[in-house]
Write a protein that binds this ligand. Structure first.
Ligand SMILES: *Cc1c(COP(=O)(O)O)cnc(C)c1O
Length: 368
């Protein structure tokens, strides 16, 4: 079977270094935050081209903290996309604000800047573009709109470590950038993890305080904070993995190039669009097909595991029905949810595996 994702392949490559890092933490007696985490914060912020990094326990917490630290909460509206993992919308609700959804651009499947302005109301405080699948949203028009209306931009970069927009790294364009280190992400912990990066000193100070119960000094709570601390084992593991991230990213990009060549020219299937002003880091390689479910079944029978990112847009999820949206409200997101299919993508994928996937796709297309 060719899996969608193979974390064991990565462990085989760097297992010895990871084990040494974990042992170092076990023997240190310091298990939460500490120097391992502080060093990773510095290195990851510098990787993003940003001054401050505040490591947290999940990507969701990074988004929630960004909102709270920016003073956004009850009575405020935050604009984002329905075509994302539910965490983006959940984090807005955690902050007490109201998510206002705006449809995607069908080509990049990220927030459509042309539709954002009409959704801005006097209560709007922030825009959260999601850099979906590893390609950044169209940031210039979003930043311009935000500037004109006095809004904050928070980047959900949970799928886009190292992605670029006109030469600038994901996380460095908005007030803050939020990353997840869930194991399957392009940079993954051996457990949960996340980080908020920012150039804004005040935001960094507020977020640092809020992630550790709002303490300025021990047991002196100046704000109602959270337990969003990163543990030292994750900091040490991520420190090791960060040194490989560029190599892994270039491999992903080269695998995507191979898929593009092998799958190209097929009228019934749309390949991912990598725009020339961006660096796509292919967290996900998603094709689009009108016969998506049949294609997925036929790939499964050929031993190729695939994924759906995501089969139901947030506004049609039962848990979020109380946002008040209905089927038909975001036609591009709804169509994308019916058509996208994620093919196996991870750095250790071999040329032979890519050819097997492409051959299975070609056989399916022949039959249908
Ligand atoms: C993974 C992900 C998150 C949440 O990250 P966690 O670390 O799982 O909390 C948020 N947004 C997007 C787009 C994601 O892919």
């Amino acid at each position: 079977m060719i899996p969608l994702l193979d974390l064991n392949a990565q462990y085989e490559q760097i297992g010895a270094d990871l084990e040494a890092a974990v042992l170092r933490v076990l023997r240190s007696g310091r298990y939460i935050l500490g120097e391992e985490v502080a060093e990773f914060e510095r290195n990851f912020a510098s990787y993003c081209g940003v001054r401050h990094g505040i490591a947290v326990n999940t990507g969701t917490s990074a988004i929630h903290l960004s909102l709270v630290a920016a003073g956004i909460g009850r009575g405020d509206e935050v604009i984002t996309t329905p075509f994302t993992f539910v965490a983006t919308v959940a984090a807005i609700l955690y902050a007490g604000a109201r998510p206002v959804l705006v449809d995607i651009d069908p080509v990049t499947m990220t927030l459509d800047p042309a539709l954002v302005e009409a959704a801005i109301s006097p209560a709007t405080k922030a825009i959260i573009p999601v850099h979906l699948y590893g390609q950044m949203a169209d940031m210039d028009p979003l930043l311009m709109l935000a500037d004109r209306h006095g809004l904050v931009v928070i980047e959900d970069a949970c799928q886009s470590h190292g992605a670029e927009y006109k030469g600038r790294r994901a996380g460095s364009l908005g007030l803050s950038g939020c990353f997840s280190f869930y194991p399957g992400k392009n940079l993954g912990a051996c457990g949960e993890g996340g980080i908020l990066v920012t150039n804004n000193e005040a935001l960094a100070t507020a977020a640092r305080c809020l992630r550790d119960w709002g303490q300025q000094e021990r047991y002196h709570h100046v704000a109602k904070g959270f337990n969003y601390r990163m543990d030292a084992i994750q900091g040490a593991v991520l420190g090791v993995k960060l040194t490989h991230l560029e190599d892994w990213t270039e491999r992903r990009r080269s695998h995507a190039g191979a898929y593009d060549r092998l799958l190209g020219g097929n009228p019934t299937m749309q390949l991912p669009t990598a725009l020339s002003d961006r660096r796509h880091v292919y967290h996900v390689y998603a094709v689009r097909s009108r016969e998506r479910d049949a294609l997925q079944a036929s790939l499964a029978s050929a031993g190729v595991q695939t994924g759906l990112h995501y089969p139901i847009p947030v506004h049609l999820q039962r848990a979020y029905a109380d946002l008040g949206y209905r089927r038909g409200d975001f036609p591009e997101a709804e169509t994308a949810a019916r058509q996208v299919l994620s093919l196996p993508m991870y750095p250790e994928l071999t040329p032979a595996q890519i050819e097997t996937v492409a051959a299975a796709v070609a056989r399916d297309i022949h039959v249908h």
